[in-house]
Write a protein that binds this ligand. Structure first.
Ligand SMILES: *[C@@H]1O[C@H](CO)[C@@H](O)[C@H](O)[C@H]1NC(C)=O
Ligand SMILES: *[C@@H]1O[C@H](CO)[C@@H](O)[C@H](O)[C@H]1NC(C)=O
Ligand SMILES: *[C@@H]1O[C@H](CO)[C@@H](O)[C@H](O)[C@H]1NC(C)=O
Length: 403
């Protein structure tokens, strides 16, 4: 069912063109800055050939679709999506476009774990082919100025990097569409195959008997990160806000899915409330303080996206949210309306015995993507660590800050 060869080749050329933007920005960055040398180039080249080729070195030549900025690349990809039957994830309307972010494109300063993971995404991007975008901090602001300029000041006012990153992933799939994966994740099988016929089978709410037999193409995909019996206290002892909670380290969507606008509306409502305390100006120090005090998990994180999905699907089709659990059906994928919810194994396979929650091994066919560092490289915060310890081992501190 793939598109004709000529479109496939155009897509591939564009995929590479899109990758190339990072080389352009890198060559500018690296020619200006002294590079504090971490790894000899030859080593980088041997161990991460695609990073070397597409992101680190700069030899942008040829190609009739050469974009000069990441925004031009984005418009090219979007134009191609309209003008041809673009490459889509099977059984879906989700374009095969990968988005990742890292603060810079100086590959030789990246943590090894990030280089390893991005290399795997690039392998899939070249082989499939998929378009690949690495958005650095500057690229993110270019994106905002282009697609939602009225939000730029609010975005800048978010006090934590993790919140900015949470919001950007929603916005980038809202406007461009595709697959977002944190740089400490990598695919375990090609994203083109992430939805298969089995995943679309009708399913029942085991408590109410309601049947879900949507036949719509998939337009958004989320994975479960926590799957606990709602009546037990295990979920909050493990640091989750909801017994069945969605992850945000990976997600995918067709452009324009209404759930993404709902996420932005919810966030804007909170920001409106805070701004109202400061004459509408979120850039004043006191507003920063107030925003900083909000829990990022519920402002922009997994708890936020879970709440938005829960409300949306309840309104649309009367879904009982906890029916999405995979604990009683060996972890089936569940299509609800046009949203595919993967079992915990989908984006969180290979969990240990403690807190396993039905997660199968990495080599299980249900496993689409591996999440490696669980945020450890994002910094260590004593207060959070104590909260985790307290919840996990003592069963206390339910409302202690989690991030
Ligand atoms: C793609 O098509 C839609 C609907 O026909 C249109 O609204 C949109 O502007 C087009 N986008 C591009 C980038 O051409
Ligand atoms: C799916 O639902 C429709 C009604 O929306 C019904 O007519 C059909 O029989 C159902 N299919 C299955 C396989 O139960
Ligand atoms: C908002 O506050 C900041 C910091 O006090 C100030 O620089 C900026 O001009 C203010 N913006 C508006 C629109 O009043």
């Amino acid at each position: 069912m793939g598109p004709p060869g000529v479109f496939r080749r155009r897509w591939q050329r564009l995929a590479i063109a899109a990758v190339i933007f990072c080389m352009v920005s890198l060559s500018i960055v690296s020619s200006r800055e002294e590079r504090h040398h971490v790894e000899p180039p030859t080593d980088l080249q041997t161990r991460h050939p695609l990073l070397w080729k597409h992101i680190h070195t700069s030899n942008v030549k040829g190609g009739d679709a050469k974009p000069n900025t990441i925004i031009e690349a984005a418009h090219l990809v979007m134009h191609l999506m309209n003008s041809t039957k673009s490459q889509l994830m099977s059984h879906s309307e989700i374009p095969l476009i990968v988005h990742q972010t890292w603060k810079n494109t100086q590959v030789d300063t990246w943590p090894e774990l990030v280089s390893d993971s991005v290399e795997v995404w690039l392998e899939h991007s070249v082989n499939e082919p998929m378009a690949y975008f690495l958005w650095d901090d500057d690229g993110i602001y270019q994106f905002l100025d282009e697609f939602e300029p009225s939000f730029t000041a609010r975005f800048a006012a978010l006090p934590r990097m993790v919140e900015k990153s949470d919001v950007f992933r929603i916005m980038v799939v809202k406007y461009i569409g595709g697959i977002y994966g944190d740089v400490d994740t990598h695919p375990l099988r090609s994203p083109a195959t992430w939805v298969e016929a089995d995943d679309l089978e009708p399913w029942y709410d085991f408590e109410t008997g309601s049947l879900y037999n949507s036949t719509k193409p998939v337009r958004a995909m989320f994975g479960i990160e926590a799957d606990c019996p709602p009546e037990s206290d295990t979920y909050w002892r493990m640091g989750y806000t909801n017994p069945v909670q969605l992850t945000q380290w990976a997600l995918a969507s067709a452009p324009g899915h209404p759930i993404l606008s709902r996420f932005m509306d919810r966030l804007n409502n909170v920001l409106d409330e805070v701004a109202a305390h400061y004459g509408g100006n979120l850039s004043v120090p006191a507003a920063y303080e107030e925003l900083y005090y909000l829990d990022p998990l519920t402002l922009t994180g997994p708890a936020a996206i879970t709440e938005v999905a829960e409300d949306w699907l309840e309104d649309r089709v009367g879904l009982r949210w906890n029916a999405l659990t995979g604990l009683y059906d060996n972890g089936k994928s569940k299509l609800v309306d046009d949203i595919m919810v993967l079992p915990i194994t989908g984006f969180s396979p290979g969990r240990g015995v403690y807190g396993n929650m039905g997660s199968k091994p990495l080599d299980d066919h249900d496993a689409r993507l591996q999440h490696l560092a669980q945020g450890s490289w994002k910094g260590f915060n004593m207060r959070v660590e104590f909260g985790k310890f307290c919840r996990t081992f003592l069963g206390l501190c339910k409302d202690w800050s989690k991030v």
